[in-house]
Design a protein around this ligand. Structure first.
Ligand code: ATP
Length: 905
């Protein structure tokens, strides 16, 4: 077959003057010979279809069988060929009976008029097709067996179709040449194609370089943009701006935006429409009719932009796609090449941009790990899952660093030499700028993990709820006071974090190339703020594992554990931190069980899915059921708030359960309860002769009162020494207050609180012995933060009052307690009795509350100073009313910016 003859056919039937490329021409010449199998591996849009369509026309008494994976793809091809007056038909599940009969009749003649018959691989497995095939092969009526999108045979490919594997049997008993066509494929894929389709050992290959000079690649980071949508809009406007007014509607510039989720497609399309860019969304959740309609609208040029999931594209042959955006990270280099390659099919300059964010990265990583876990012992699935992880890691590296030319991602992937990019990507065009962008992105990620102030930036899930939760707690605490100025301790905390971020920034800036920051360095930076156990050992213990990855898994574990607890625990007492710590233990067990990242991921994913299963079965997950919460610390302000909350929860539950307890039972305090124990019911009472610390102090104060001594302030272990409550005159208990009124020799009920339920020997009230040494840190630790103690004590006193018995039915918040204190005072005022002096505890509580913001602002040189100051002020103001106390403290704080041990009250 001469080139002239082929060119003549090209012009006559396809209306092209020349071949699109030399390789296209060479492939067509070879295929026309019909003497061997051929593998064509060329980039999308390079004109592969013509490689078999033109030779098919050379054999007027034969039909070319084309196996194609998608009906939409088949439809496009048939429409295109029919428009060119080339007879093409299809056998698929949708083919009408009459049409099918007509096709079969035609093909069974000696001179079939059908030049190309498109068949889905599923159809190829039917008996009708098998019969037809053996009939036409026997009569030598088949020109070629064409396998389009041949990468579908390979598990390494991005859209593997098991039905494709069966196509190999078509080789049995005949010598019809097989033409395999695929977009640029990696070595593994090519190997699979050759093997599965049983290509001859002498098959001819036509492969082009994967480099597409007309495509410009770049990456932007969503979290660095003031308004990502505005940025996207500007980009689109620039790409769609065409000077050519003569272009028909369908040839006008257009673009595709790939999103990871269906929701994203809708959100992005909506935003763009809002900004005046006509956009459609496309995803598998739409009705089939809608999908066709939307695709057609886009194809016809009614809407220039389509926001789609990756289900959109195969078979989309639109030459004027001027841009392809990935709103998030693509899943692997092959998919990215394929998807972005839909731009510039007409050879004109087009752009491929990624708007990267770490949220998508984490979501994909999680799914990949889950797939690996699901693969269990199936070796082939496991290998596939591992390959997917490796491929995704390359994508992440591509996006997060500015190491090398963007086009090299593809040449490396397809095993080709590096392309001569010549400024066809952002890195080759301006490496410095891109490096800076990547550096800023990394910094922003670290900064966010430090400050966690913005919602729409990275690492949000690392500390979700954490700092905000603390902030909320703190705000609630301060709001009671009605003082705005007192609410800035959280800001102070943030400020401190920012300082350390700046330090980190400085360290990074000192490096010549910020991209050289090793995982080790990042791990070290993160480890101080990580929630996972043994954070600093991360990369040493498990090669390649990073702290952000561990934190990400921990976040997911926390999520599923919290869900399990909320759904399955009938009597919940664990707080958020308990659940986080339980999840951290689980994560740690995965971390210590292996030295490889994949196994670590697989362990985590297994636990996550096991917890989820239990939640569905409405059963508490075993580790959670047996989990014993760690004793609270009093190290930070957030510990302080947490302990206040815990104490309130515990006291509140003790007040509701105490009446049910059996006084005669002699059970010991068992420390923190597991969820299982909580489910089993309320705790048993203390044995006779044991009492609680509150009653111990009550007795102590009574004794001291009797002696009329001023209490010493220098007993760090004495709770009441802080506020001088030892001499507080207690009112006579009423009959209804039985459970709270205790005498030294009576057994006392154990409140359902882990903070107050340690026991003391009634025979020796001076010597306090703890069942568990670490239990009451607040009490034991001379560094204790006092706010929680004061509030708890105030709460106990408030609860003793019969007017608040009804309040005991639910857990009281700080504001409720304060409201009750205030109401009591107001009630008394309204009875026109003389204004009562505040109780010592109330004074203490108020003083602590007023001083706490300054403590949070680090104006006290130590906790001890804080305590001493609170104590001294409380004592000095014992006979003052609330307004006077507030005024005094305000003045004191105004006059003393820095409060040290030497500051006098
Ligand atoms: N010789 C040619 N001259 C001009 N245009 C051509 C030529 N051959 C093919 N084309 C056009 O190039 C575009 C891409 O062709 P085709 O769809 O065959 O590419 P492909 O490599 O099969 O892409 P994909 O991998 O996406 O299927 C089509 O619009 C087609 O009409």
């Amino acid at each position: 077959m001469t080139t002239n003859k082929l060119e003549e056919l090209l012009k006559k039937h396809f209306k092209f003057d020349t071949f699109k490329s030399q390789l296209q021409e060479e492939a067509i010449i070879q295929i026309s010979k019909r003497d061997d199998d051929v593998l064509v591996s060329m980039p999308t849009g390079s004109g592969k279809s013509l490689c078999y369509q033109l030779p098919a026309l050379l054999h007027s008494d034969k039909v070319t069988l084309v196996f194609s994976p998608l009906l939409a793809l088949i439809k496009d091809q048939i429409d295109h060929l029919t428009a060119l007056k080339i007879k093409a038909a299809s056998l698929n599940s949708k083919t009408l009976a009459a049409e099918r009969a007509a096709i079969l009749t035609d093909l069974k003649t000696n001179s079939p008029t059908t030049r190309l018959l498109y068949v889905t691989p599923e159809q190829a497995a039917t008996q009708t097709f098998k019969d037809l095939f053996s009939n036409i092969v026997k009569r030598d009526r088949v020109a070629y067996i064409v396998v389009d999108e041949a990468h579908c045979v390979s598990e390494w490919g991005h859209d593997f179709r098991p039905d494709y594997l069966k196509l190999g049997v078509l080789r049995d008993g005949n010598k019809v040449p097989v033409i395999a066509l695929t977009a640029t494929a990696g070595a593994e894929v090519i190997k699979d194609i050759v093997g599965s389709l049983r290509l001859s050992s002498t098959y001819k290959t036509f492969r082009t370089s994967c480099f597409r000079r007309n495509l410009f690649y770049d990456v932007y980071y969503q979290n660095l943009l003031d308004s990502p949508y505005e940025h996207l809009k500007a980009f689109i406007k620039n790409c769609l701006n065409s000077q050519d007014d003569l272009l028909s509607k369908e040839n006008k510039p257009c673009g595709i935006i790939y999103c990871r989720t269906r929701e994203q497609t809708e959100v992005v399309a909506f935003k763009l429409c809002e900004m005046g860019i006509k956009s459609l969304c496309y995803h598998a959740g739409l009705k089939h009719k809608e999908r066709l309609e939307y695709q057609e609208s886009w194809q016809k040029g009614d809407y220039p932009v389509i926001c789609a999931t990756i289900s959109f594209g195969m078979g989309v042959d639109k030459a004027s796609v001027r841009f392809v955006v990935h709103w998030g990270v693509p899943k692997d280099p092959a998919s990215f090449y394929q998807e972005s390659g839909r731009a510039g099919r007409d050879g004109r300059a087009s752009k491929c941009r990624i708007y990267y964010n770490r949220t998508d990265r984490r979501a994909i990583e999680f799914h990949l790990a889950h797939d690996l876990a699901k693969a269990k012992h199936k070796e082939s699935r496991k290998v596939k899952a591992q390959n997917a992880i490796k491929a995704f890691t390359k994508m992440v590296e591509y996006c997060e660093t500015a190491k090398e030319c963007r086009h090299r991602l593809f040449s490396n992937h397809f095993g080709e030499p590096p392309p001569d990019c010549r400024n066809r990507c952002d890195i080759c065009r301006n490496r410095k700028e891109v490096e800076e962008r990547a550096h800023n992105f990394l910094m922003k990620c670290i900064q966010f993990s430090e400050t966690s102030t913005t919602v729409d930036v990275d690492f949000s899930d690392l500390y979700e709820g954490g700092r905000k939760g603390i902030a909320d707690n703190y705000k609630a605490y301060c709001d009671d006071d009605g003082s705005n100025s007192s609410c800035n301790s959280f800001e102070m905390e943030q400020k401190a974090k920012k300082q350390s971020t700046d330090l980190i920034k400085k360290q990074f800036a000192l490096r010549k190339n910020s991209q050289d920051v090793s995982n080790d360095t990042i791990n070290q930076l993160f480890s101080k703020r990580a929630r996972v156990i043994a954070a600093s050992a991360t990369s040493n213990k498990v090669n390649g594992l990073t702290l952000p990855t561990r934190e990400q898994y921990l976040s997911k574990l926390v999520e599923v554990i919290a869900e399990n607890y909320a759904e399955c625990c009938k009597n919940p007492e664990f707080d958020e931190k308990d659940l986080t710590e339980c999840a951290a233990d689980l994560e740690y067990s995965c971390f210590t069980a292996t030295t490889t990242v994949t196994v670590y991921r697989s362990h985590c994913a297994k636990i996550i899915s096991a917890v989820k299963n239990k939640t569905q079965e409405k059963e508490l997950y075993s580790s959670l059921a047996s989990y014993v919460p760690k004793p609270p610390k009093n190290e930070t302000l957030s510990d302080l708030f947490r302990n206040i909350k815990k104490q309130q929860m515990a006291s509140s539950s003790s007040s509701t359960t105490s009446s049910d307890t059996d006084e005669s039972s002699g059970a010991k305090f068992e420390g923190f309860k597991s969820a299982k124990q909580l489910l089993a019911g309320p705790p048993k009472n203390l044995p006779k002769g044991q009492t609680t610390v509150t009653s111990f102090f009550k007795r102590a104060s009574e004794e001291e009162d009797a002696g009329g001594e001023t209490p010493p302030y220098d007993r760090p272990n004495n709770l009441k020494s802080l506020f001088g409550d030892e001499s507080e005159p207690e009112r006579t208990p009423k009959a209804t207050e039985e459970p709270m009124a205790m005498t030294p020799n009576e057994p006392e009920e154990v409140p359902d609180s882990d903070f107050t339920s340690f026991k003391i020997k009634s025979s020796a009230p001076e010597s306090v012995t703890f069942e568990r040494g670490e239990l009451n840190n607040e009490y034991k630790n001379p560094d204790l933060p006092v706010a929680s103690v004061a509030r708890e004590e105030a709460k106990r006193k408030v609860e003793e009052d019969d007017s608040v018995q009804a309040e005991k039915k639910h857990k009281m918040s700080d504001s409720e307690i304060d409201a009750i204190i205030m109401n009591k005072r107001r009630d008394k005022k309204s009875n026109e009795k003389p204004a009562p002096k505040m109780k010592k505890t109330e004074v203490g509580l108020l003083v602590v509350k007023l001083l706490t913001p300054a403590y949070a602002e680090r104006r006290f040189d130590s906790r001890d100073t804080f305590k001493t100051t609170a104590r001294n002020i409380s004592h000095a103001l014992l006979h003052k009313d609330e307004a006077e106390i507030k005024q005094f403290v305000k003045k004191f704080l105004r006059n003393n910016q820095k409060i040290t041990a030497g500051t006098t009250v």
